[in-house]
Design a protein around this ligand. Sequence first.
Ligand SMILES: NC(=O)c1ccc[n+]([C@@H]2O[C@H](COP(=O)([O-])OP(=O)(O)OC[C@H]3O[C@@H](n4cnc5c(N)ncnc54)[C@H](O)[C@@H]3O)[C@@H](O)[C@H]2O)c1
Length: 424
Amino acid sequence: MSQPVTFAICGCGARGLEAYAPYQERHPDEMKVVAGADIRPERLAMLRERYGVPPERCFASGAELLAQPRLADVMIVATQDRQHVSDALAALDKGYHVLLEKPISPNLEECRALQKKAHETGKVVVVCHVLRYTRFYSVLEELLRQGEIGKLETIDAIEHVAYWHQAHSFVRGNWRNDLETSPMILQKSCHDMDILRWLAGEPCLKVQSFGALDYFTAENAPDGAALRCLDGCKCKDDCPYDAEKIYITDPRTGVHGGGKGWPCGVLVSDPTEEKLREALRTGPYGRCVFHCDNNVVDHQTVNLEFASHIHATFTMTAFTQSCHRTIKVTGTLGEIEGDMAENTLHLRRFGRPERIIDLREEGGQYSGHGGGDFGLISSFCKLIADGGSRGLTDVDASVESHVMALAAEASRLVGGKTITLADF
Ligand SMILES: NC(=O)c1ccc[n+]([C@@H]2O[C@H](COP(=O)([O-])OP(=O)(O)OC[C@H]3O[C@@H](n4cnc5c(N)ncnc54)[C@H](O)[C@@H]3O)[C@@H](O)[C@H]2O)c1
């Protein structure tokens, strides 16, 4: 590539600044961040310090940035769920290509309005379904397309959210309440709907779903639970959801384990124990998980039917030790089983020895989401530099999986009724 693709970032939060922009540090010939906006001054300071964006190109809101003439080739829209469509429509009107964080919107009309605008302007709109850009799912998809297991018949996928991740994001944090953001099946699992659609290789016809917010409710608060973990809670010792464990002492997630980035970095910038304790005493992340204003489900299952008798099941559950995904696909001539945490696929063609495909040995060096974050931005830079028009996860593909997720939610809300997508 001769010139790097230039980017303006609308919403310099965890995703905007930390998921894709670091790619520039390794590949300055492919990507350059030249402008950005955020309502939090400390995030703009990070934008200036980390990426050398001059102060006159750092704006105090997306609206201010979008009021300027076009400043870059691409706008990354990484604001919160319900801001995405208005920011992306304005960016398209200004002539930007758009890299849009998921979900597009919890409102299907808005998703379709963006799709229409993308077609009208002829600009690229890629939605950040990062899983498709991992070695794990792309090798699996390739095996299916090559017919390694014959005709695909079933897919069973599980999203293991992890108890601490659920508590952080979906009980105490940003995505706890679907009236402010999106229902869980869209917010967290639109990626999974997208992967199921991609692996099936054909449209989804029907969905049906069950699920509930069963555990993180006031009725389940144990005797002696305080409203805040640091306010003399008598249940702390036995509670895995204790905020002090998650953000301070747990070596995997807390600052004692060196955790400076996500999730501690969501509470305070440059996390230290002292700063985190203050945030836990006063902010949302120190609240008892049984005493929050959350309403999104803690587990949900979906049954899906695809066009040529391919059937799939999907389970999302909060109640797992670690945060990863597993999948099993079966076909007329074999099966494949995979665990994204191990990054291996087990290919078993009937009557033949098992082949273990160890993707860690195939040069995988991972950014977030099993390498998907950098996989996506790398592919996106190439697409724009080459003047391409269709990304792997462009808005058309993404709207399809949004329809699946929103139909699943509609089904769940009426007790599991089967919904035909053509009528939805
Ligand atoms: N692709 C993925 O796998 C993935 C993973 C996590 C989150 N997400 C999505 O990314 C989006 C952002 O999530 P996040 O974790 O970065 O959240 P975040 O809260 O860290 O970032 C959002 C940023 O937008 C800023 N903002 C708010 N209003 C603004 C405005 N008017 N103008 C400019 N900036 C404004 C906030 O100050 C914040 O810094 C969400 O929609 C989320 O669903 C995607």
